[in-house]
Design a protein. Sequence first.
Length: 334
Amino acid sequence: MKVLVTGAAGFIGMHIAQILLKRGEKVVGIDNLNDYYDPCLKHARLAQLTPYPNFKFIQGDIADRQTIEDLFAKEKPSRVINLAAQAGVRYSLKNPHAYIQTNLVGFGNLLEGCRHNDVEHLVYASSSSVYGANTHRPFSVHDNVDHPVSLYAASKKANELMAHTYSHLYGLPTTGLRYFTVYGPWGRPDMSPWLFTSAILEGRSIDVFNHGRMQRDFTYIDDIAQGTVRVLDRTATSNPDFFTGAPDPGTSYAPYRIYNIGNHQPVELMTFIQTIEKALGQEARKNYLPMQKGDVVATCADVEDLKRDVGYEPKTSLEYGIERWIEWYKKYMS
Ligand SMILES: NC(=O)c1ccc[n+]([C@@H]2O[C@H](COP(=O)([O-])OP(=O)(O)OC[C@H]3O[C@@H](n4cnc5c(N)ncnc54)[C@H](O)[C@@H]3O)[C@@H](O)[C@H]2O)c1
C-alpha cells in the first residue's frame, strides 16, 4: 500500500504515519509547515518520521492545485488520509480565509486527485464541531448536523458533503471521521492540555470558559491513530439498506461513510483541570470567563458504528493519558 498522508507534520498526522510506517507501508507525507503554531514542533514531529526508509516528505500546500496534481501523478498513492486543515474553532473567527483556502479549496484539490488517479479509499478528518447547535447526546452520525456554529465546523461539514458527491458521481470510496478533542504526546500548542500545562508550570493563570461548566469527550491520540488506520483498511462500501425516502445522514447508497471517533466518556472541564493539577503536583490559578463564541458546551461521541464495523475500542483512561502527556511535555520543553 502507498498512503498519502496530508498534514503529516501535524499532531494526528505524525502518529498515523508512524503506525503505517512501522507496519511497512510506503508513506508520502505532505505539509506546508505553516506558522499557525510554532513550526519547530512540526519539524520535530517530522524528525520522528524521516528515519524510516519508506517515508517521503514533500513540503507543499494542498490548496495549490498544481502541487496536488503533480503529487498524485508522480506518486500514485493507493489510499489517502487527509489531515491537513486549518484547525481550531476560535481562530476561525479571526482568520476565516485560512479555513476557506485549506479546508475547502485544498480538500477539493484532493478529491480531484483521488478521482483521476483511481484511489481506493479516501479517509478524511471531520470534527465533533459539526454537531454545532445539535445538543442531542450522545452525538450520533445518524442525526442532523445542519446547524454549525463556526466556520471551522461549516468547513468540515462541507467536506462531508463534497466527499458524498465524489462517492456518488465517481464511485470514490470515502470515509469521514469526526474526531473528538484529541490529546496526548506531540499535541497542539493551541489546545487546552498544552495551554493549561504551560500556564500552571510557568505560574500564569488559566482561562476557564463558561465558568468551567463544559464537558469534552477527550480522546487519547493512540486510540485515535489506531482507529483511523483500522478505518483506512476497511474501504467504505454502500449501505444496501439505505432508503432515499428517509435518508440516513451517516451512510449512503454510494460508497460513503461517516463515523464518530471519540472516547464515549465525556469529562467535566474542572475534572480535566484537576487531573492535570494532580499529575503536575501544582494547582492552577483560574480566570473564570463566559462562553466563547463558536464553542459548544458539551461533546460526547456515540461510537457504536465504529465498534461494530472495525472493532474500535478506546482503551486509554484520562489519568493514564494525562500522565503520558505531561511526561512528553516536560521532556520536549527541556
Ligand atoms: N486535534 C483534535 O482534537 C481534532 C479534533 C477534531 C478534528 N481534528 C482535525 O484533524 C486534523 C488533524 O488535526 P491536528 O490536531 O493534527 O492539527 P495540526 O494543526 O497539528 O495538523 C494539521 C497539519 O496540516 C498542515 N497544514 C495546514 N494547512 C495546510 C495546507 N494548506 N497544505 C498542507 N498542509 C497544511 C499544518 O501545517 C499541520 O501540520 C485536522 O483536519 C483537524 O481539523 C482535530
